[in-house]
Design a protein around this ligand. Structure first.
Ligand SMILES: [Zn+2]
Ligand SMILES: [Zn+2]
Length: 347
């Protein structure tokens, strides 16, 4: 089969590789579309400790189940049949380790998962079939279903900072993740949503979606935001960009008792400066979110199926697997929002 093999930073090649072989209780997915994620782009640009080359990137696949190998994996039996079009979560938790038992499945220390999906076929292990596969509901486009995984990550962050209906929220960064977060905050009933973003086109996109936008280049963003939010500050903030000044502004912009969620990954070696008294006297909570648990993935699929999220417009660019380098370069340029790859001749 054809696969985009990552050989190191700026070196991804489309190659012919052996297709996956199945063990009993596993399924074969013929990939239709796969989202290009910020993590794929970061890995392509500068490498990533989680991805040792050579390997195949891509973890947001949607495709058709073409074979289910009978046999064990009682848990997975009957989850899918050949012909089902499904979205597949890239990993699922064991539900048995200390972190899972603490309710932190997204941090599970022995996850099961799929291999990279920038290729034509992937093997879906029994655990993933049992916990992390969702049939596409009638009417949901397979392209849009690629957003189930990034939405799941946003829902994990919102669960960590469960603001009330009407609360004001700051979102730093209006890339694909920031804009998805904006849609999800709207769906949860946020009041005023502020978006801080340096790119004019991305600010315009956030504004079109109902946000009040500010340009962090216009002086002290934290104080500007505080003033805009009525002097007191916003109730919650989601930092969807790996930039120290964005995090510092977010901490400065929340009200006493407010919560700041660090949602974007930072380049290694990053440092931030913060006034500890903001945390102490202001009782500000700073916490991070990474990844998702199966409940967030399935919740994301239900939200997508409801049609309540205005997300189709985020899928701005699509390339065939043969043009994977162009897809990654386009994602890295910051000019596109969400980039998709299509496989197996899908148009
Ligand atoms: Zn992703
Ligand atoms: Zn676990």
């Amino acid at each position: 089969m054809k696969a985009a093999v990552y050989h190191g930073p700026r070196d991804v090649r489309v190659e012919e590789v052996a297709g996956p072989s199945l063990d009993p209780g596993e399924a074969l997915l013929k990939v239709m579309y796969c989202g290009v994620c910020g993590t794929d782009i970061k890995t392509y640009r500068r490498g990533h400790p989680m991805f040792e080359p050579p390997c195949i990137l891509g973890h947001e696949p949607v495709g058709e189940i073409v074979e289910v190998r009978p046999g064990q994996s009682a848990a997975a039996a009957g989850c899918v049949s050949a012909g089902d079009v499904v979205a597949v979560a890239p990993y699922v938790p064991c539900d048995n380790c200390r972190l899972c038992l603490k309710g932190r499945q997204e941090m599970c220390s022995s996850k099961a998962g799929i291999a990279g999906a920038f290729c034509e076929y992937i093997r879906v292990p029994g655990e993933v079939l049992a916990k992390g596969v969702s049939r596409l509901p009638e009417g949901l486009s397979p392209r849009v279903a690629c957003l189930a995984e990034p939405i799941a990550c946003c829902l994990n962050a919102i669960e960590a900072v469960p603001f009330d209906p009407g609360d004001s929220v700051l979102i730093s960064g209006a890339g694909p993740m920031g804009l998805l977060m904006l849609e999800l905050c709207k769906a949860r009933g946020a009041g005023t949503i502020f978006v801080s973003e340096p790119s004019e086109t991305r600010r315009a996109e956030a504004e079109r979606r109902g946000a009040r936008v500010i340009d962090p280049g216009d002086g002290d963003a934290g104080h500007q935001l505080k003033a805009l939010a009525g002097g007191d500050g916003t109730d919650a903030a989601f930092v969807c960009v790996g930039a120290s000044d964005a995090l510092e502004s977010a901490i400065a912009s929340v009200r006493p008792g407010g919560r700041v969620n660090l949602f974007g990954g930072f380049p290694g070696g990053s440092r931030v400066t913060l006034d500890p008294n903001t945390i102490h006297y202001g009782e500000v909570t700073l916490l991070g979110s990474f990844g998702f648990a199966p409940r967030h993935f399935h919740m994301g699929m239900r939200l997508l199926a409801s049609g309540r999220l205005d997300v189709a417009g985020l899928l701005t660019c699509e390339f065939s697997l043969d043009d994977v380098v162009l897809a990654l370069d386009t994602g890295a340029s910051g000019e596109a929002l969400k980039v998709l790859l299509r496989m197996n001749g899908h148009e």
